[in-house]
Every structure is written in C-alpha cells, then in structure tokens.
Design a protein. Structure first.
Length: 288
C-alpha cells in the first residue's frame, strides 16, 4: 500500500508522448488567451464598483435638522444695494435680508450684482428667494433677469463615477426673460449618502427642478418680482457604497479561466490530431 495511489494527477512518461506543431500553436494561443483574461480579471478586482440602494430614512441625524445651502447667482441689471436674500419655512422662520456668510460683488460698473451665499435651511418645506424686499427704498421696476452659477445642498461629492443632479440649476440663463417677471424654481430635494471603502460617509443632496416665470398682480397693482426657490424634501434616501470584488471570487474566476481554457484547448488539439491521423491513413489506403 502506498499513498501515491491517491494521486489523481497521474504522470505519463515523456517517451510515450508526441509533440506536434499544431499542439504548439494551440498551446501558445492558449497561454496568451489566459494572460489576457487574467489581466482583465485583475483590473476588475483592483477597481471599485459603486452600488446604490434606496431606503426611507433621515441619513444625517447629527445635522440638527439643518441643510447647508450654497447659492451663487448673477443679476447683471440690479444694483448690489438692492439685492437681498429672504428665507422662510413651515416652522415659522421668516428672515428678510439674510447677510451671514454672504457676499455681493458688483458687476457691469456697479449696474449689476453677483450674490454668493452660504446658509442653512430647516428640513421642512419652505423657500428662499432673492429679491429687493430688504432694500431701504424699493425700486419701481427691478430687473430680475439672472444667471445661476451654482445651487447645491450639503457636502460636495467629488466622485467621478457617481452621476446625479447635485447642481441641477448650474448654468440656468434667464437673461432673455421679461425683466419684470418673477421666477419660481420648484425643487424636490433627495438626501444622498456616499460611503467609501473605509466606511466614511458623506452627506449631500440631489434635487429635481421645475420652473416658471410670471408677472404677478394684486388688488394694489403689480407685485415686486423675485427669484423664488421653493423646496420640499423627499422621504427616500439614495445611498452609494464603494465595494471591491471579494478575493475568493477573484481566485474562483482565475481557476475557471485557467481550467476552462486548458480543457477546451485540449479538446481542440485532440480533435485536430485525430483528424490529422485519420487523413494520413486515408492517403496511405489503410482506412477501411
């Protein structure tokens, strides 16, 4: 009794084997094919994939019920002393002329203004709007034509393989609209979580937008125009998670590639060799 009896990989003596040119060609092609598939699998194993899921929850419970907002808008035909930001929501907040973390940059020799603001809003339906409501003297015909450079909520996600509407209003151009018209942007804000390989989470917000412009009137006459951003929050949260292919799956794929390629190549070589031997016998007249 010998333990070698358990060897399932029995060896064939070299003097009982016969090399062929066809077998050599198939062997070289087989090795090149295995190398190509191996490198492809290795690239996929090293790279990370983004998996997304949806669930109902408030992901950023440590924010104190606040959402950070970044607004950058140009009004090329309205003086900076007339431009102001007003914020109001269903929790009773009503702030006229918000000035914290905001900056006004004169444009067109002082005839226009670029407003940049960083402020927070409550996680309830509400609005913020750019208007002349906080000005000491109201102009007769304020020109609310504008360009929106940026409107984003929460942290900035600098991830190339995540596509979403994090700054959906970027580049919105209303310079050709009616100067006396108000503009309504209706936003549906969707909480978004991004979790990297280390488990660190970043919180941002995507949003969809619909807009309209109109000239409003009341019983006292025309209403002073403004640029309104009316928002509501979606209860659905989008989560993006970075993942990498498990090592066992990579090893399984490599074994399947090597084993499968050698098996198919062996079958192909055997068929070619058998057909070649049969053809030789036919030519020699030994085939009956």
């Amino acid at each position: 009794f010998s333990s070698s009896r358990f060897d399932i990989y029995r060896k064939v003596p070299k003097d009982l084997t016969q090399p062929t040119y066809t077998g050599a060609i198939i062997s070289v092609c087989c090795c090149l094919f295995i190398l190509f598939l191996f490198l492809s699998e290795l690239t996929g194993f090293i790279a990370t994939e983004i998996v997304n899921e949806l669930y109902v929850d408030d992901p950023d419970k440590d924010s104190g019920g606040k959402i950070e907002v970044n607004l950058n808008i140009s009004l090329p035909n309205l003086h900076c002393e007339l431009v102001g930001l007003d914020i109001q929501d269903e929790m009773g907040r009503h702030e006229v002329g918000h000035i914290d973390n905001s900056m006004k940059i004169p444009l067109n020799n002082g005839d226009g203004c670029r407003f940049e603001g960083h402020f927070s809003i409550n996680k309830v339906p509400g609005n913020f709007h750019v208007s002349t409501h906080s000005a000491t003297a109201q102009p007769q015909n304020p020109d609310m034509t504008h360009i929106i450079h940026k409107l984003s909520f929460g942290d900035k996600l600098q991830v190339h393989n995540v596509h979403g509407a994090f700054n959906a209003l970027e580049g919105a151009d209303k310079l050709s609209s009616n100067p006396l018209a108000s503009h309504d942007y209706i936003l549906k804000i969707v909480p978004t979580v991004y979790e990297d390989m280390s488990g660190k989470q970043r919180y941002s917000y995507q949003y969809t937008v619909a807009n309209k412009e109109y000239v409003a009137y009341s019983h006292t006459g025309r209403i002073i125009p403004a640029i309104w951003f009316r928002y509501d929050l979606s209860p659905i949260t989008v989560k993006y998670t970075e993942r990498r292919q498990p090592l066992y799956r990579f090893i399984t794929s490599i074994c399947a590639i090597i084993g499968g390629t050698f098996t198919v190549a062996g079958i192909l070589d055997s068929c070619i060799f058998t057909a070649s031997e049969a053809w030789k016998k036919i030519q020699l007249g030994k085939m009956q």
